[in-house]
Design a protein around this ligand. Structure first.
Ligand code: ZN
Length: 126
């Protein structure tokens, strides 16, 4: 290899400088990849958790040890304060978690649903 006047005039690269730069660049890239993997992981986890939460807040949910199908027939009596304090406490707790039953109770309170059974259609049919 013939000596090259141009390259000879350049300061030689300190040994390991280029390798170090490449390694730094790679580690930065690895770090940002890890970060985006973490972000994706957190997003996936969050959406899984919110799906789970949605699943448990649907009418089939079992909140405060009571299922909606157990709570809803009692909402009329709950509204009329005919339940035992322990039972209305459990329904209170259920209502705190369950938007569906809260809506049902509001309907009873507004008189849009007959309080006798919590089901307007069932009460209306003879
Ligand atoms: Zn409910």
């Amino acid at each position: 290899m013939a000596p090259n006047a141009f390259t000879d005039s350049w300061e030689p690269c300190p040994s390991g400088e280029l390798t170090g730069m490449v390694q730094r660049a790679q580690s930065v890239r690895r770090k940002s990849q890890t970060t985006s993997f973490t972000i994706v992981g957190v997003l996936v986890l969050t959406s899984c958790l919110s799906l789970l939460y949605l699943q448990f807040s649907t009418p089939s949910a079992n909140a405060a040890g009571l299922a909606c199908f157990e709570v809803q027939p009692l909402l009329g009596e709950y509204h009329q304060q005919k339940l035992t304090p322990a039972m209305s406490q459990r329904i209170d707790e259920h209502l705190a978690f369950c938007a569906h039953c809260r809506e049902q109770l509001e309907a009873i309170q507004n008189g849009t649903v007959d309080a006798c059974c919590g089901e307007a259609a069932a009460c209306a049919t003879p």
